[in-house]
Design a protein around this ligand. Structure first.
Ligand SMILES: Nc1nc2c(ncn2[C@@H]2O[C@H](COP(=O)(O)OP(=O)(O)OP(=O)(O)O)[C@@H](O)[C@H]2O)c(=O)[nH]1
Ligand SMILES: [Mg+2]
Length: 421
């Protein structure tokens, strides 16, 4: 079965809790705090696997969770980090955040992608020994890991996409120019899933061609089979539009050509404006007059036109050479740029406690706890963020109200700062 779209739930591991422990040793009266930190929660990591060609596995398993970090213990022992969960996906999978639809990653040319980050471990009480608080009895809980729904969308990697009405000979063409063996038969929608073939032009020159199910009018609104499959030619650098010029099914080739282009446009402007080469197929059974009429129309549009008969192997070499020459002037396969922004950590709305002891202030608990734990104090940006949140959430105003003075020491969850206006 060919499955090219799936939605899964992923959950990174929770960070382990920090430990409250005190050093104990014979003949040492009261040892200091020595509770270790919790381990970090495991990440959910996507890794491209060139041996996978469908997203079928995700039909049957939809929930994925990485391991939690272990809690810290005494003697400053940190808890073990949770193991990352590796999920293999086919190369060419585009990963989106389900809630916003934003592209998180294109698994093309990426070695790995962290789709959900594990929670940080909480600090043990050994971090919280300050000159005034020699025996802190508190430690921090680990933070939860990121949890989200993601959609996986397989977009095949092909240089050239074949488009056209059903039964015009797209699969026949692919089978003639490559080693691919798609099903070929004289009825509509013979092809039910995309086929890829490598076309060898000559020494050192080759390209990948994709044959997708026939597109029919209304397909881009979901009426036909083609709709879902257009995404597989989204990345293509060039389209080969195959048209049955013999009109053997009673349709007009010019109308066919227009209808397919309208479909492409409806699906995406970008796809519709991709460079195109037109192949008039079934020339072996078409009248010279019909071929000429269609050829004149295409040339009028300024597009390259090739007369071929895929079944009789006529004109196919010339087409392949033209495709190859054209590709050498075109930009590489489209890789989708991520536009996803990780939402801010939810700090909650519980207000912290503020205690005053002369010119020593202690702030602890509530959203400040979460903020401190999610701040990397070694990083300037992160420190600025910390400062901004403290300010916008009105904490500094509150301290002012309570009468804080310049130069006072403010202990925020065990970290001491000098108060400056
Ligand atoms: N006379 C003639 N028949 C052809 C030619 N090319 C393909 N055919 C026939 O046209 C029919 C359809 O060919 P396919 O290659 O399956 O067409 P398709 O475009 O892939 O069709 P779908 O997969 O249904 O969209 C088959 O019976 C082929 O043998 C050709 O150049 N001349
Ligand atoms: Mg086919």
């Amino acid at each position: 079965m060919f499955v090219d779209k799936a939605t899964i739930e992923i959950k990174a591991g929770k960070g382990g809790n920090g430990a409250v422990a005190f050093h104990r040793e014979k003949y040492v009266a009261s040892g200091g705090p020595d509770g270790g930190d919790g381990g970090r929660g495991g990440d959910v990591v996507l890794v491209p696997d060139p041996n996978m060609s469908t997203l079928m596995d995700f039909r049957y398993k939809r929930k994925y969770a990485a391991q939690n970090g272990a809690d810290g213990t005494g003697k400053r022992c940190s808890g073990r980090d949770g193991e990352d969960l590796i999920i293999k996906v086919p190369v060419g999978t585009v990963v989106r955040d389900k809630a916003t639809g934003a592209v998180m990653a294109d698994m093309t040319g990426l070695d790995r992608f962290v789709a959900a980050k594990g929670g940080k471990g909480g600090w043990g009480n050994s971090h919280f020994a300050t000159p005034t608080r020699q025996a802190p009895r508190f430690a921090k809980a680990g933070l939860p890991g990121v949890e989200r729904e993601i959609t996986l969308e397989l977009k095949l990697l092909a240089d050239v996409g074949l488009v056209g009405f059903p039964n015009v000979g797209k699969s026949t063409l692919l089978s003639v120019v490559s080693a691919a063996r798609p099903k070929i038969a004289n009825y509509h929608f013979t092809t039910l899933f995309p086929n890829l073939g490598v076309v060898y032009v000559d020494e050192g020159r080759s390209f990948v061609m994709a044959d997708i199910p026939g597109i029919i009018e209304g397909a881009s609104e979901g009426a036909g089979l083609g709709h879902d499959f257009l995404r597989h030619i989204d990345r293509c650098r060039l389209l080969v539009h195959v048209v049955d010029v013999s009109g053997c099914e009673g349709r007009d080739p010019i109308e066919d050509f227009k209808a397919i282009n309208a479909e492409l446009k409806e699906y995406s402007e970008a796809l519709a404006s991709r460079p195109m080469i037109v192949a008039g197929n079934k020339c072996d059974v078409a009248s010279e007059e019909d071929i000429e009429r269609f050829e004149a129309y295409i040339k009028e549009l300024g597009l390259p036109f090739f007369r071929i008969s895929a079944a009789a192997h006529q004109g196919v070499r010339e087409l392949v050479n033209a495709v190859s020459d054209s590709l050498s002037t075109l930009p590489p396969i489209t890789v989708f740029e991520p536009d996803f922004v990780e939402p801010e950590v939810d700090l909650g709305s519980d207000e912290p406690n503020i205690e005053q002891d002369g010119n020593y202030w202690t702030i602890d608990g509530g959203w400040v706890d979460t903020l401190v734990q999610s701040t990397n104090f070694g990083d300037y940006e992160s420190r600025m963020h910390f400062d901004r949140i403290m300010r916008t959430r009105g904490l500094f105003d509150k301290l002012e109200e309570l009468g804080v003075n310049e130069g006072d020491t403010v202990n925020v969850c065990g970290l001491e700062f000098e108060y400056k206006r």
